[in-house]
Design a protein around this ligand. Structure first.
Ligand code: ARG
Length: 468
């Protein structure tokens, strides 16, 4: 059934390619629940306001409840012959309850209806993604707790830089995903406005009670301009932007795991449950899941750029271009949810090789800064101490040893200021644990960071976002 036949002569029907081109039912059918619940609220309100009769309102509400139940139980199949989910539900209602069904759309347009459906969908999916992000935060926290003493090299430019612990490294990811969690809350706030009453663009002459519908559907606010109510898709873009950042963070994590799983690093081994082999090279065990998550980042960015570009320069108010919001948003949501799910399984079953990490931290002169700092504490100016420590590194490279394997004579040859106590100061443990200010890698500081992370997770679990 078409919702708009009257103005057309009926001499030619819609071209069949044009019909399938513009129809959105194949993808917007996933909005059925929001569409029906939104329509129930609208119909109840129409009845209460006396815009339609109480009897019609009741018949519509019951009819819609029946449709929802039948879709959920799969007794009613959403067929592709309707233009979109809104037309499908309305046609089904009319076929079930007859004339009363024709009154449902009073004071409403598909333009404000689809805006409502998308807002309801986005709000619910934000909740799902928040749950997955908080699972990930929990796994990162557990892993960090068991690795506060696991020394590994920290890198800059992918060159060994200074030693730190695996816990400190992992807790960096905790911070990233914590920010994403907060962003999801902000994004919920943007989506949390009820647009019904905007009509096609210029609201309506009927005395709708918008606030009744708002409260019924548990929205915090009403949209405040009817043009904006139907033409705003910022909340979708904001959501896909946050999803893009989640992917960015996952991709950095995956990239590191891929590097670390290589024989040359040997820092981690993925579980067989998250690895695959080669069809030709019998020895291979590849971190495919991590690579695929890294790869899917591009796809989510694609959705973000697609929707930004679709919305760019659109004149007010609704334009059909905006139907493109759906596949972009749906695909980004599906992709991120599956990536988060697989990532949590992969990281929680990975085995970190603490021996290799420590061995690696010992190489690369990661304690050279500490040798310089030792001199500074003896009164040498930092710039001079830097020069001296550099010379020590050169000498050690020449001898093929680590700094702490140089003899005291060697040290003294580079600078008379050195004495025996330098050895303790440049041990890996000391390098890590003397960096103990807030936010630093020392075990004491990381334990504090873990405490604050635990408090954050408790808030997320309690559903109280006021303190996040
Ligand atoms: N399928 C449309 C969309 O997703 C629904 C709104 C249609 N409105 C219209 N005036 N053609 O945007």
């Amino acid at each position: 059934m078409k919702l708009w036949g009257g103005r057309f002569s009926g001499k030619v029907g819609l071209d069949s390619a044009a019909n399938s081109f513009h129809s959105s039912i194949m993808f917007d059918q996933r909005l059925y629940k929001y569409d029906i619940i939104g329509s129930i609220a609208h119909a109840e309100m129409l009845g209460k306001q006396g815009i339609i009769s109480a009897g019609d309102s009741l018949a519509i509400v019951e009819g819609l409840r029946g449709i929802l139940a039948d879709i959920e139980s799969r007794t009613l199949e959403i067929t592709p012959d309707s233009e979109d989910i809104h037309s499908f539900v309305e046609a089904e209602l009319i076929s079930r309850i007859g004339d009363a069904g024709r009154r449902l759309h009073t004071g409403r347009s598909r333009n404000d209806q689809v805006a409502l459906d998308m807002r309801m969908y986005v709000r619910e999916e934000i909740g799902e993604v928040k749950r997955l992000v908080s699972d990930l935060l929990g796994v990162i926290l557990d892993l960090s707790k068991s690795h506060t003493k696991t020394i590994m090299p920290g890198f800059t430019h992918l060159q060994k830089a200074q030693p730190l612990t695996l816990a400190h490294h992992l807790m960096c990811y905790f911070q990233m995903f914590k920010r994403d969690y907060r962003r999801l809350n902000n994004c919920f706030d943007s989506a949390d406005e009820m647009p019904l009453g905007s009509g096609a663009l210029a609201a309506t002459t009927y005395p709708l009670n918008r606030d009744y519908v708002r409260e019924n559907l548990d929205f915090s606010r009403l949209t405040e301009n009817s043009l904006d109510g139907v033409s705003d898709r910022d909340f979708c873009i904001e959501f896909i932007f946050v999803l893009s950042l989640i992917m960015l963070h996952l991709s950095r994590f995956c990239e590191e795991l891929i590097l670390w799983a290589s024989e040359d690093f040997g820092f981690v081994e993925m579980s067989d449950a998250y690895s695959t082999g080669s069809s030709i090279m019998p020895q291979k065990k590849n971190p495919d899941m991590a690579e695929l998550i890294r790869g899917k980042t591009g796809r989510v960015y694609g959705s973000l750029v697609a929707l930004l570009t679709t919305m760019k320069s659109l004149p007010l108010a609704y334009n059909k271009d905006m139907q493109e919001d759906k596949e972009a948003t749906f695909d980004a949501v599906d992709t991120v949810k599956s990536c988060l799910g697989v990532f949590v399984g992969m990281i929680s079953t990975a085995k970190f090789n603490v021996v290799n990490m420590r061995k690696s931290a010992k190489g690369g002169y990661t304690n050279a800064t500490d040798a310089a700092d030792w001199l500074v504490k003896k009164g040498v100016a930092f710039r001079e101490a830097h020069e001296i420590s550099g010379k020590l590194v050169l000498l050690a490279i020449d001898k093929g040893v680590c700094l702490d394997e140089l003899s005291l004579d060697d040290f003294k040859r580079v600078s008379e200021a050195f004495d025996e106590s330098v050895y303790a100061a440049i041990s890996l443990e000391e390098c890590v644990n003397s960096r103990s200010i807030i936010g630093a890698p020392a075990e004491s500081a990381v334990l504090e960071a873990i405490k604050s992370a635990e408090a954050f997770l408790q808030f997320t679990a309690s559903g109280d976002s006021s303190n996040l």
